[in-house]
Design a protein around this ligand. Structure first.
Ligand SMILES: NC(=O)c1ccc[n+]([C@@H]2O[C@H](COP(=O)([O-])OP(=O)(O)OC[C@H]3O[C@@H](n4cnc5c(N)ncnc54)[C@H](OP(=O)(O)O)[C@@H]3O)[C@@H](O)[C@H]2O)c1
Length: 295
């Protein structure tokens, strides 16, 4: 595979972990509402195997997807894992019997979450664990993350976790986390239409820290924009490919983890790295984003 395939490569700071900039987000592999099993487990296994066969070496997951089910599907599809595959997971929530997302921040809950990930993924050590702040549910909200981050840093010292990231966080929370442990990545909600983190991304780029947008395609309500559609039809691509190419152009520290349960969408997403956007097109796409930085 050429060095420019899948968006080129990125090395997590202070680590030996190098991944293609286009990865895969596994959340869509659980059932409806990210709860329970998918309708077709074999199809989910096929998507994961196709992603890795195409060169994807960065998979994002969480044991609270399903719960447990997404990790079990990853294990079924890919274990024993190929050399170089980086599985990134996250902790800080559990699921209620009704599928609700419940903060799980006590030291024993965070420790249990790491062990759940290890068991269900079939690993002895987790490559990267994101602490997902629950101060806000769908967007970052200020509040200290020191106590749970300290627990995660301890689990790292014990050898259960190699590297730490943070998710759903404000710039102040990133700074707080960096005082507790080395932070290799930040995973926040961001896409061509939702750009609250513009300043944070530039700051992290200067520090060499990965920025991994969740909902890169809009999440549960995929992006719809006449500008995206117009650009896509001019370039002979699709709006979702343009949205991903825009992220790759936005900053070299951005890593993509688009989620899909469809082989056709997977192939489309992996091809987005081949799309070159001119400065004129990038300016045109900037018009999609009326939301300015707010934190
Ligand atoms: N840290 C956090 O709090 C957090 C929160 C949410 C998600 N995440 C992570 O971020 C990853 C990405 O987020 P996401 O999966 O929620 O949202 P997303 O990648 O923005 O969008 C996924 C949606 O887009 C559709 N889709 C994917 N590729 C498409 C294509 N080429 N054309 C048309 N539709 C397409 C998917 O449906 P199909 O299945 O039909 O393709 C799905 O409905 C997740 O998998 C998860 O690992 C993290």
């Amino acid at each position: 595979m050429s060095e420019t395939a899948l968006g080129g490569r990125f090395q997590f700071p202070g680590t030996s972990l190098t991944v293609h900039r286009i990865g895969y987000g596994a959340m869509q592999l659980a059932g409806r509402g990210v709860f329970g099993p998918p309708q077709d487990v074999d199809a989910a296994v096929a998507v994961l195997r196709a992603a890795v066969a195409a060169g994807v070496d960065h998979i994002d997951t969480a044991d609270f997807y399903g719960p447990h089910i997404t990790n079990q599907i990853i294990r079924k599809a890919l274990h024993p894992y190929p050399d170089g595959l980086v599985v990134v997971t996250k902790i800080s929530a559990r699921r209620g019997a009704d599928g609700s997302w419940i903060p799980a921040l006590a030291p024993e809950e965070l420790t249990q979450a790491v062990h759940d990930n290890l068991r269900n993924l079939g690993l002895d050590v987790l490559d990267v664990v994101n602490f997902r702040s629950m101060h806000g549910i769908t967007e970052a909200v200020e509040g200290s993350i020191e106590a749970p981050l300290t627990v995660l840093a301890d689990l790292r010292r014990k050898g259960l976790v190699r590297h730490i990231g943070v998710s759903n966080v404000t710039p102040a929370q990133v700074e707080e986390a960096r005082r507790i442990a080395p932070i290799v990545c930040v995973q926040n909600c961001y896409n061509v239409a939702l750009r609250r983190d513009d300043a944070l991304i530039d700051d992290l780029a200067r520090q060499g820290i990965a920025y991994v947008p969740y909902f890169p395609l809009g999440g549960f309500t995929p992006l719809q924009s006449s500008i995206l559609s117009a650009v896509a039809s001019r370039l002979g691509s699709t709006p979702m490919q343009v949205a991903q190419a825009w992220l790759l152009h936005r900053s070299p520290n951005i890593l993509l983890i688009p989620g899909t349960s469809s082989l056709a969408h997977l192939r489309e997403n992996l091809a987005a790295g081949q799309l070159t956007l001119t400065p004129e097109v990038l300016t045109e796409l900037d018009a999609i984003t009326p939301i300015a930085a707010t934190h």
